[in-house]
Design a binder for this molecule. Structure first.
Ligand SMILES: Nc1nc2c(ncn2[C@@H]2O[C@H](COP(=O)(O)OP(=O)(O)OP(=O)(O)O)[C@@H](O)[C@H]2O)c(=O)[nH]1
Length: 277
């Protein structure tokens, strides 16, 4: 039985109490970093049609959502994944070799939903290996270092490379500035302005974060999970609608006329009887 710590005493939790991890438990659509500027949903909550669809007794199962992290080497891709998944930060740099993988389970509107996080290597020599993992991404997180402007300029190159592998997928795109803790207030605001322009060009939703301090890390991942989940539900609704349309446009099975007289005449030879009718 799980326990909770109350005033230095370990008390057993009654079985009816379910403890939710507030980091991964989503009941409303998490807001964008700048709601007025996002090209993605500006709504304050999940669409009513999505909630209605999920209210049905049928419990749909959702495939894990593939999220890929791309960007120059050392911009902080591994650091943001590790901060969210393990709440840890390492200041020594260890280059990712090829790709790293983490899975995080969420509960969104009461449904299990997982993010598969593919943290790809930024070093040029691993690009071929990392590229092999870009396919079938539902979300692309393009990461740049807020202290290095050239890493923002590389963002376009990283995104187009990721989109080339996902032509039919139409992934949600996020542009994420890392290491916000290293900038002064003025530098931070200047960089955000530049990045805001780049994000608009890339049709990406913009976020500034810091893996060191944890600034906006949870909010970013919740937003990714919430939006990806809503997109998955809408896709499922579309698929169901298409199936229904297909069913109604199928030619109806021709009704067969059934002549009782033929039926009886093939089985019974009329008997001569004395009956007059
Ligand atoms: N101050 C500060 N340093 C950070 C932050 N995020 C990452 N770093 C440091 O930046 C360096 C690179 O971080 P990584 O997360 O390994 O970078 P990466 O993008 O995964 O690098 P590759 O694996 O080469 O693609 C490490 O030394 C981190 O400690 C941050 O938010 N603040």
């Amino acid at each position: 039985m799980p326990h909770v710590l109350r005033q230095n005493m370990l008390l057993p939790v009654p079985p009816s109490v379910v403890l939710h991890d507030p980091r991964t438990h989503i009941r409303h659509l998490p807001p964008a970093y700048s709601p007025a500027q996002t090209p993605l949903s500006r709504e304050r909550d999940f669409a009513p049609t999505v909630r209605y669809h999920l209210d049905s007794p049928r419990k749909p199962k959702f495939r894990p959502c593939k999220v890929i992290f791309v960007g120059d080497c050392s911009v902080g891709k591994t650091a943001i994944v590790n901060r969210f998944c393990f709440d840890r930060f390492q200041s020594n740099y260890k280059a990712t070799i090829g790709v790293d993988f983490e899975l995080e389970n969420f509960t969104v509107l009461g449904h299990n939903y997982s993010l598969e996080m593919w943290d790809t290597a930024g070093q040029e020599r691993f690009k071929c290996i990392a590229g092999a993992y870009y396919r079938n991404a539902s979300v692309v997180v393009v990461t740049y270092d807020m202290t290095k402007r050239d890493t923002l300029e590389s963002a376009r190159k990283w995104l187009s490379s990721a989109l080339n592998y996902n032509v039919n997928q139409k992934p949600l795109v996020f542009l994420v500035g890392t290491k916000a803790d290293l900038l002064s207030k003025e530098e931070f605001m200047r960089m955000e302005r530049l990045a805001g322009v780049a994000a608009a060009e890339l049709q990406a939703e913009y976020w500034s974060v810091s893996a060191r301090s944890g600034f906006k890390i949870t909010e970013l991942f919740q937003r990714i999970a919430g939006l990806a989940f809503e997109t998955a539900v809408k896709k499922e609704m579309e698929n169901l609608k298409d199936t229904k349309i297909e069913e109604t446009t199928q030619p109806p099975v021709k009704s067969q006329s059934f002549d009782l007289r033929n039926f009886f005449s093939s089985r019974f030879t009329p008997q001569k009887s004395g009956c007059s009718c």
